[in-house]
Design a protein around this ligand. Structure first.
Ligand SMILES: Nc1ncnc2c1ncn2[C@@H]1O[C@H](COP(=O)(O)OP(=O)(O)OP(=O)(O)O)[C@@H](O)[C@H]1O
Ligand SMILES: [Mg+2]
Length: 307
């Protein structure tokens, strides 16, 4: 298998069928700031407030995980940072410049790898470079170096359907890194993977992050995953989406999912999420809904008792 020197500037293939390469010098991550961002959209004659007064700063090179119930606006935040959506009020800044639209400096990795099925893995990774007008030899060298970084060099000529889900996600990460973005936006990238593959890829992302010093905003529903990976965990609340709570994670790296300190912190955050999810369920449900501890007290559930 492969092993790399810790710094992106000096990856070394220690043992594999691939020749050793030098990666280009890294561009460090960039800072991101959401300043009092609100977003409302019109739906069926009404208006829905998706985000309300969200302020969030992510330092250059920081790894931030966003957690929160479904509908709390996590993906919307990534879309705003990616430049795919605009706030109704407030500002989204990238290294102190307003985000005006999408750009190669901010790459997104989605839950489903979204690799082009008709292209080989190598051509998928080269695709953004081709769009940028990079010449064939240069982009070929760059894609091979990235495929080594994600340990997929041997599979470079395969098409996505010939790869496992975990390999496809690693391919998507390589493609996202192709244009050397300063910011990597990851929207539940491992949600569709089995637990073991997920754990391996968490380690991969942490390794790539340490090697490249990118700024990462990583959305997940998995609290332990967030605590394992993040410098800071940001918990979103819903209706409307807003920042509820933040936790600095100061545990030494690399962290193990089953580390008791990871578990303790995750349990605390998990309790906050559970109460937020319960709030949503109450609002969405009819008056027959009850919290788990209250079950059995609904008179309609007791019909027929004692008959
Ligand atoms: N363009 C849009 N028009 C109307 N509503 C939208 C639009 N985009 C997002 N929403 C709504 O905004 C809310 C936040 O959506 P978002 O996808 O950001 O949530 P999320 O936290 O990523 O949820 P999940 O965990 O399910 O992925 C949801 O209620 C969604 O239905
Ligand atoms: Mg989402």
């Amino acid at each position: 298998m492969f092993a790399f020197a810790k710094e992106w500037g000096e990856p070394r293939v220690v043992a594999s069928g691939a020749p050793a390469v030098r990666a280009p010098a890294a561009r460090t991550g960039a800072s991101i700031a959401l300043e009092d961002v609100s977003l409302t959209v019109g739906v069926r004659g009404g208006v829905v407030e998706i985000l309300q007064h969200v302020s969030l700063r992510v330092a250059a090179g920081e790894f931030v995980c966003l957690l929160g119930p479904s509908g709390s606006g996590k993906s919307t935040i990534l879309n705003l940072v990616a430049g795919l959506a605009r706030p109704t009020s407030g500002r989204v800044r990238h290294d102190d410049v307003d985000v005006a639209g999408p750009g190669p400096d901010r790459a997104v990795v989605f839950q489903d790898a979204a690799l082009f099925p008709w292209l080989t893995l190598k051509n998928n990774v080269e695709f953004p470079l081709k769009l940028q007008g990079m010449g064939v030899p240069e982009r070929s060298a760059r894609s091979e170096e990235l495929l080594r970084l994600v340990h997929l060099w041997r599979f470079r000529d395969r098409h996505p359907h010939e790869l496992s889900g975990g390999m496809r996600q690693r391919g998507a990460i390589a493609r996202a890194l192709a244009s050397d973005p300063a910011v990597l936006l990851m929207d539940e990238p491992f949600a569709a993977l089995d637990a073991q593959t997920r754990e391996i890829l968490q380690g991969e992302v942490e390794r790539i992050w340490s090697a490249t010093k990118k700024t990462i905003i990583f959305v997940t529903h998995n609290v332990r995953e967030a605590v394992r990976l993040a410098d800071r965990v940001v918990l979103m609340g819903t209706r409307p989406g807003r920042v509820l709570h933040e936790d600095l994670v100061e545990l030494p790296r690399p962290r193990a999912l089953n580390d008791v300190r990871v578990a303790e912190l995750a349990n605390g955050i998990g309790r906050l999420i559970a109460s937020e999810v319960e709030k949503v369920a109450r609002e969405e449900a009819d008056d027959a809904w009850q919290a788990p501890g209250e079950r059995g007290r609904d008179p309609r559930r007791q019909l027929g008792r004692g008959i």
